[in-house]
Design a protein around this ligand. Structure first.
Ligand code: HEC
Ligand code: HEC
Length: 183
């Protein structure tokens, strides 16, 4: 076989795997409180959800420009001054220039070894205690997929985690701080 054929055969062998369970992880944004949510509910959620906001990290002017540019074709983005201020203040606080955008293409890698409790605790101590206590972890119960979103979000904020560590931590968190399956 020549090199091209070898490459094609290898590619064909990999594609089914890529297609199966390897979809990029999507961000999950929680609703703001009160008035800000009312602004979003009235003006924004008619056409699409709020999760995609996490793909950006912009200052006030950047957000304003992005919203104008993205909505030219769909009739524009028009808000009363006060509503615009509420919206942009929240966006800059959540998705501002000091944060990193959620990656568009994080695909979970397969892991074959799993954390013991002491291994997981060591990683939590090292990677997760710089900004807040571990009570944030212990007070949360999430399914594994949601833990993955949290862990990616934390990494974007500055937690130091290699991809494999992230996946092993996510698997452990889902196991130990997961949600009860049979409710
Ligand atoms: C009339 C329908 C409509 C409304 C209302 C609307 N959007 Fe959009 N929005 C769209 C469309 C369509 C796109 C995709 C445009 C593109 O990709 O060029 C989009 C794109 C976006 C994006 C970029 C998403 C990405 O992944 O690139 C953001 C952020 C966004 N909108 C936020 C908002 C906010 C905040 C509001 C309320 C102020 C809002 N949208 C209201 C239709 C709407
Ligand atoms: C660079 C700072 C930083 C590091 C490091 C960090 N976090 Fe966080 N974490 C935050 C901030 C800020 C929030 C609050 C986010 C919000 O309210 O939107 C948060 C919130 C959380 C929450 C609550 C999320 C929710 O949706 O309820 C959990 C759980 C969490 N962190 C777990 C972790 C874990 C696990 C690690 C280590 C892998 C970690 N954090 C490392 C800054 C950090």
């Amino acid at each position: 076989m020549n090199r091209l054929r070898v490459a094609l055969v290898l590619l064909a062998a990999c594609l089914p795997l890529v297609g199966q369970n390897r979809r990029p992880t999507r961000p999950q944004v929680s609703r703001p409180d009160g008035e800000t949510w009312q602004v979003i509910r009235k003006n924004c959620t008619r056409c699409h959800g709020i999760d995609d906001y996490a793909f950006f990290a912009l200052d006030n002017a950047g957000w304003n420009l992005l919203l104008e540019t993205k909505h030219q074709a769909s009739g524009g983005y028009k808000l009363a001054d006060n509503d615009r201020k509420l919206l942009l203040d929240w966006m800059v606080q959540k998705f501002g220039p000091t944060t990193k955008p959620f990656p568009r293409t994080y695909v979970p890698q397969e892991i074959t070894t799993f954390f013991s409790d002491p291994e997981a605790h060591r990683l939590l101590d090292r990677a997760c205690t710089k900004c807040h206590g571990l009570d944030r972890v212990e007070n949360s119960r999430f399914p594994e997929e949601r833990w993955r979103v949290v862990a990616i979000d934390m990494r974007e904020r500055g937690a130091v985690l290699a991809d494999e560590e992230l996946e092993r931590l996510v698997e452990w968190l889902g196991r130990v701080w997961g949600t009860n399956q049979d409710k």
